[in-house]
Design a protein around this ligand. Structure first.
Ligand code: PEP
Length: 260
């Protein structure tokens, strides 16, 4: 298994005025000079994308959006398209976050259209998958994830798959303070990689970046990143403060170096 430099993405959700977003991005960019072994991605709300982009201009920290619509343009009030995200300077876009699946009725078929639309515009998808607590309790975790992977990646060719980051986010761990244990997360990550290998082959599956998300904090990031199949994190709450986000990144880098 290729040990990859940690990929650490901060999902700011519906937080931050433009001024707050600029301040947070500035603090992270400043600290990132000492964190060169990690790939850092920030996902501010749409309203702050352009201004945060200016802050990121000269550094290596990358920009992500939190959602998109699959059409390129048209009468879709309130929606934002992949070409618009590209124009705003986004390298990545989060797709299929459990909050969107839960509150906005997103289905695997819709997620799949969004993945295709992002790829077509040269924006890399961060595809989120994960089971609910009830599904875990019913022992359905692996089936749910297999279905989400199959549905979300339907028709995506091997060449495009290389541009996709997968984020495993157990719904019961998001914003709840309950983190999956490193063992629980590793078990699922290894299943995801096996599933990807069936569709795309062992080599591409080994190269795929698979993130864990769900109450990641400075205190648990070293142990999680130390697992063989965990390549980084999608961080919600703890990404809203520079100190905790940077500390998570430092711990992930420490684990990466020890894994080598
Ligand atoms: C998320 O929203 O992607 C997330 C993982 O949130 P939190 O870290 O707050 O659980």
């Amino acid at each position: 298994m290729a040990n990859k430099p940690p990929f650490i993405a901060g999902n700011w959700k519906m937080h931050m005025t433009i001024a707050e977003a600029k301040n947070l991005a500035t603090a992270i960019v400043k600290a990132s000079a000492d964190l060169l072994e990690a790939e850092i991605v920030l996902a501010p709300p749409f309203t702050a994308l352009s201004e945060v982009k200016k802050v990121l201009e000269d550094g290596s920290v990358q920009l992500a959006a939190q959602n998109l619509f699959w059409e390129e343009k048209g009468a879709f009030t309130g929606e934002v398209s992949a070409p618009m995200l590209k124009d705003a300077g986004c390298q990545y876009v989060i797709i299929g976050h459990s909050e969107r699946r839960q509150y906005f009725g997103e289905s695997d078929a819709g997620v799949n259209k969004k993945v295709s639309a992002a790829l077509k515009s040269g924006v890399f998808p961060i595809l989120c998958i994960g089971e609910s607590l009830a599904e875990r309790d019913r022992d359905e975790t692996m089936d749910i994830l297999s279905r989400q992977i199959q549905g979300g990646l339907e028709g995506i060719a091997a060449g495009d798959f290389k541009s996709i980051v997968v984020a495993y986010e157990p719904v019961w761990a998001i914003g709840t303070g309950k983190t999956a244990t490193p063992g629980q997360a590793e078990e699922v990550h290894s299943h995801i990689r096996e599933k990807l290998a069936l569709s795309y082959g062992i080599g591409p599956a080994e190269c795929a970046i698979i993130l864990y998300g769900g109450s990641v904090k400075p205190a648990n990031s070293f142990a999680l990143q130390s697992e063989k199949n965990i390549d980084g994190f999608l961080v919600g709450g703890a990404s809203l403060e520079a100190e905790s986000f940077i500390q998570i990144t430092r711990e992930a880098i420490r684990a990466y170096k020890e894994k080598k």
